[in-house]
Design a protein around this ligand. Structure first.
Ligand code: URA
Length: 212
């Protein structure tokens, strides 16, 4: 695969351990959900490294000092329905005051292009950081279209977080949105003929919500 400076795999033994359990087909929805949430927290820790902080003065029991404060309410999580929902709580663990927008995508029957049927995004892009969330970066079609829609609102500070990426999706997304950093827990081998990621984890929505 071509390399992209905006593509980051968070290669940590604890993340890889949890991804192994997530992939295992014998892992049921309850444990799957818990693991997805935990990996989301761990990947988010790295993704949020560059968040702006302001300096504030505080008093400890012994003296006064200065410290750093992050404005959590200026972070906007944007999960793509429905599988993105499984990662939201993992990010809220780290940034409890973050706002949450929602995007629902479907394929237009005529153009076959992904279009949104639901799009509710907190405003004021000039002062906020947006984190697009979708666990599987497969062809990249949904993520590219969602990032396009966010940019049309004037949003410029966007990062994309997934769990598992296929090389095809990385190439497609990172070529079109070279200004958006992508963070994932694993770069897998390829897509199969049905556009599922191999080895992957199956259908993320089905495994999260027990609909298989
Ligand atoms: N969406 C999924 O849920 N799984 C894949 O492997 C690809 C897309």
């Amino acid at each position: 695969m071509k390399t992209f400076s905006n593509f980051h795999v968070i290669d940590h033994p604890l993340i890889q351990h949890k991804i192994t359990l997530i992939r295992d087909k014998s892992t049921g929805p309850k444990v799957f959900r818990e693991l997805v949430k935990e990996v989301a927290t761990l990947v988010a820790f790295e993704l949020t490294r560059g968040l702006a902080a302001t300096t504030t003065k505080i008093e400890t029991p012994l003296t006064t000092t200065t410290g750093q404060i992050v404005s959590g309410k200026d972070v906007v999580l944007v999960p793509v329905l429905r599988a993105g929902l499984g990662m939201v709580d993992g990010l809220l663990n780290l940034i409890p005051n973050a706002r949450v927008g929602y995007v629902g995508m479907e394929r237009d029957e005529k153009t076959l292009q992904p279009v949104h049927y639901y799009f509710k995004i907190p405003p004021h892009p000039e002062k906020r950081d947006y984190i697009l969330i979708d666990p599987m970066l497969a062809t990249g079609g949904t993520a590219i279209a969602t990032a396009n829609s966010l940019k049309e609102l004037g949003i410029t500070r966007i990062k994309f977080m997934c769990l598992i990426a296929a090389p095809e999706g990385v190439e497609a997304f990172c070529s079109v949105h070279s200004d958006i950093d992508v963070y994932c827990a694993s770069l897998d081998e390829k897509l199969n003929e049905n556009k599922y990621i191999l080895p992957g984890l199956g259908d993320a929505g089905d495994r999260l919500f027990g609909t298989e």
